[in-house]
Design a protein around this ligand. Structure first.
Ligand SMILES: [Zn+2]
Length: 272
């Protein structure tokens, strides 16, 4: 991280810039290079940076993440990283997505989940596209769901057994904002770092399943884009559906054990 622009890095302390409406294209190019340096790619050595421009005027960076020892399917791509970062900060619409490489098919499919997937402008390698240019005849499920990744309605969830554990309660709260229109299987995750800083994650599904970003990857992304990225993770707390037809538990364990040894605690919930 030595070569990061110190002023820009300081401004990007939590992975985003506020009031950035007047950011020029040359400044975007600089932000992309900074974003790229947040990439963690121990398997491919291939580093990608992205940034998403929010309708609010905020800019959210993204970078790819790979996990040694975990399945390749756990990899997070830079475009997904930026979109999930915006989502976790409460952004309601992304107008533009800039990326240092052409988006792969996996990311094009994930972009389909945005509420404004038909209007978002995608900028890569000095060209600008609409998603329909990059993904004609797209695979779509339930086009009448009337919401997308950035404007999903909250789920009403209730713990099976009450708990005094504040981190489990936070994980339940995170799960309530999952975007899971295809499996209705929300999950929340809270990672606790050595400074006491907490990172929250929740599931962002794709209709094609594989591009889905699960809750622990979502939380690890927020940690990686923050100034706490080097801190040890002390604990991982999850909240998951008691009757879920699928489970992320084994993948969660594989991903976390590739980074750190932590005890995983889980709260089970059901829909109210
Ligand atoms: Zn991709």
């Amino acid at each position: 991280m030595d070569s990061l622009d110190p002023a820009l890095t300081k401004k990007l302390k939590d992975g985003y810039l506020t009031n950035a409406q007047n950011t020029s294209l040359s400044e975007i190019a600089e932000i992309l290079q900074v974003a790229k340096q947040f990439s963690v790619a121990p398997i491919s050595g291939f580093h990608v940076g992205a940034c998403a421009i929010g309708a609010s005027g905020n800019i959210y960076i993204g970078a790819n993440m790979e996990f040694s020892g975990a399945p390749l399917s756990a990899s997070l791509h830079a475009e997904q990283s930026a979109l999930v970062n915006a989502w976790m900060h409460g952004e309601n619409e992304i107008t533009d997505l800039h990326v240092t490489e052409a988006p792969c098919g996996h990311c094009r499919q994930f972009l389909r989940e945005l509420n404004n997937e038909s209007t978002i402008r995608i900028h890569a390698q000095e060209k600008t596209y609409l998603l329909a240019d990059l993904l004609p005849d797209a695979f779509v499920l339930d086009p009448k769901k009337n919401y997308g990744l950035l404007n999903t309605p909250p789920h009403k969830l209730e713990a099976i057994h009450s708990t005094e554990n504040n981190l489990l309660v936070r994980a339940l709260n995170a799960a309530q904002l999952s975007y899971v229109p295809y499996t209705l299987n929300p999950e929340g995750c809270i990672l606790e770092c050595s400074s006491g800083q907490l990172f929250s994650g929740r599931t962002a599904e794709s209709a094609a399943y594989n591009p889905t970003v699960n809750a622990v990857i979502c939380a690890l992304n927020q940690r990686n884009l923050s100034s706490h990225r080097e801190e040890a993770i002390l604990s991982a707390h999850f909240a998951k559906l008691a009757t879920g037809i699928q489970s992320q538990a084994s993948l969660n364990k594989a991903i976390l054990s590739s980074i750190t040894n932590v005890v995983i605690e889980t709260l089970l919930f059901e829909f109210c």
